[in-house]
Ligand binder design. Structure first.
Ligand code: TMP
Length: 214
């Protein structure tokens, strides 16, 4: 069987800088002559972006946890089918801003829905697609939320329903990311996101580059 190209995900609590790191990684990979698809969850496709608006609109306070979970996976199923699997099939490296690990920590752990339920829906939505490498850009809750808050104000963002959860919710998110890195040390790597962009990017590249040689 020929080995498909790598599927890499970036994860992290609010305000960790993972989206910036995704862009920097994309640039670096292209500089190394790799064909790359950059994508994001929830979103990544026109239909996924419509679902994202429903999920993150601060006005949708009554959205129930089960609907939230299923909409996360609806956006992901669309992205997997329409964009991610075709790109991997063409030999492109896919780098994705959040994936099922986000659902595991936000809905599974912080909302308390449990990992089993998340993996059950994942089986339907992602059909066995698991990242080859996951980088968690780690940041403490207070620093991350302060960064996210500044960004939302600058952009006059209305997609704030989830970042507006309590600090306790976000502490559970971070603890669950740490647990995930401990449970799956081969796939999941923690990167200290408290430093400047270039330092974090250097660490990210040091972890990603060896994967390209395989
Ligand atoms: P973003 O700000 O990184 O684009 O992420 C959007 C928000 O959605 C963020 O608060 C994390 C949350 N989220 C979940 O709760 N579950 C998921 O499965 C995903 C992908 C994101």
């Amino acid at each position: 069987m020929t080995k498909r190209s790598p599927f890499i995900t970036l994860e992290g609590p609010e305000g960790s800088g993972k989206s910036t790191q995704l862009r920097l990684l994309g640039k670096r990979l292209r500089g190394a002559n790799c064909e790359v698809l950059e994508t994001a969850e929830p979103g990544g496709t026109p239909i996924g972006l419509q679902i994202r608006r429903v999920l993150l609109d601060a006005k949708n306070q009554e959205l129930c946890p089960t609907a939230e979970l299923l909409l996360m996976f609806a956006a992901r199923a669309q992205n997997v089918d329409q964009a991610i699997l075709p790109a991997l099939g063409e030999g492109r490296i896919v780098i994705c801003d959040r994936f099922t690990d986000s659902t595991l920590v936000y809905q599974g752990a912080a909302r308390g829905m449990g990992a089993e339920l998340v993996y059950e829906v994942d089986r339907i939505a992602c059909r066995g697609l698991v990242p080859d490498l996951t980088l968690i850009i780690d940041i403490d809750v207070e620093t991350g939320l302060a960064r996210a808050h500044r960004r939302n104000q600058r952009a006059q963002d209305v997609e704030t329903r989830l970042d507006e959860q309590s600090a306790d919710f976000h502490r559970k998110v971070r603890a669950a990311y740490h647990q995930l890195a401990e449970d799956e040390p081969r796939r999941v790597k923690l990167v200290d996101g408290s430093r400047n962009e270039a330092e974090v990017a250097a660490d990210v590249w040091a972890i990603v580059e060896p994967l390209l040689a395989n």
